[in-house]
Design a protein around this ligand. Structure first.
Ligand code: CAA
Length: 240
């Protein structure tokens, strides 16, 4: 039977590429989205991948959504916590609201996504937890105190879960994408973006598929001894 994979924020950007790659690799995929019904429908029409709508920042909604996915597709074997947002501003201009929104989605949202799936993985003695962090969680970024804090926190989550999950056949790993050509990066002011591209040794933005392939590796049986680790895929922009 096909393994079941849940990808939050799985209908757009990096998440879309991950959903498609996992489907191509033979997984039964559930992709979540928070708001854009039209885009989600277009995604399902194009890919045949089922979508589910809930806000990753909401624990009860995540729990109920995950129960629905498991009732329809079966127990979740692979969870990819990908949903994330930016609310960039220099710290002196950053509002408590901008701080809260980013923490609620990018950090608490990761807890909300993994926590309801975790007991089943422990019982079944198998699981793959993959969190999409960011280069900016590793190096920090001007204008992203909130985002960098959450993405660094996400690394703490996987390093801890790796230790708790090991006895139960569960691996937990992170992928830290650099700057990838998605809406999120295209929304950065052009001048700033051009300057950032100048800092990437390979001389270009990454492609969502280049991140999806990292996720597929971590999800596969091939990665059985890889846990608590971080794959950095950033074109050489930051060498850990
Ligand atoms: N380093 C040093 N100084 C910088 C700077 C930087 N990287 N960026 C801006 N500044 C300077 C500006 O030149 C300006 O200086 P002056 O006042 O002397 O002119 C000062 O900081 C403040 O600028 P502004 O008051 O104009 O700031 P703003 O309110 O317009 O906000 C910003 C600017 C929103 C932070 C903007 O610089 C920005 O969007 N930066 C990009 C942040 C970024 O990389 N976000 C990543 C999004 S993609 C993503 O997050 C995906 C991922 O995981 C990689």
């Amino acid at each position: 039977m096909a393994r079941v994979a849940l990808v939050t924020g799985g209908t757009r950007g990096i998440g879309e590429a991950i959903s498609k790659k996992l489907k191509a690799d033979g997984y039964e995929v559930a992709a979540t989205y928070a708001g854009n019904d039209e885009k989600a429908q277009a995604f399902t029409d194009a890919t045949g991948i089922k979508t589910y709508k809930w806000n990753a920042a909401d624990y009860e909604a995540s729990k109920a959504g995950i129960e629905k996915v498991e009732a329809e597709l079966g127990p979740i074997d692979v969870v990819v916590a990908n949903a994330g947002i930016t609310r960039d501003a220099p710290f002196h201009k950053m509002t408590p609201e901008q701080w809260r929104e980013v923490v609620d989605t990018n950090l608490t949202g990761v807890f909300n996504t993994i926590h309801p799936v975790w007991p089943g993985m422990r019982e079944r003695k198998f699981g793959r937890v993959i969190v999409i962090s960011s280069i900016n969680g590793q190096k920090g970024q001007f204008g992203q105190v909130n985002y960098a804090a959450t993405k660094a926190g996400d690394l703490g989550i996987v390093k801890s879960l790796a230790q708790e999950g090991a006895r139960f056949g569960i691996t937990a790993n992170a992928v830290c994408p650099g700057y990838i050509g998605t809406d999120m990066v295209m929304n950065v002011p052009e001048k700033v973006r051009e300057a950032i591209i100048g800092q990437i040794p390979v001389g270009r933005l990454g492609e969502p598929e280049e991140i999806a392939r990292c996720v597929a590796f971590l999800a596969a049986d091939d990665a059985s001894f890889v846990t608590g680790s971080t794959i950095s895929a950033n074109g050489g922009q930051f060498v850990v």
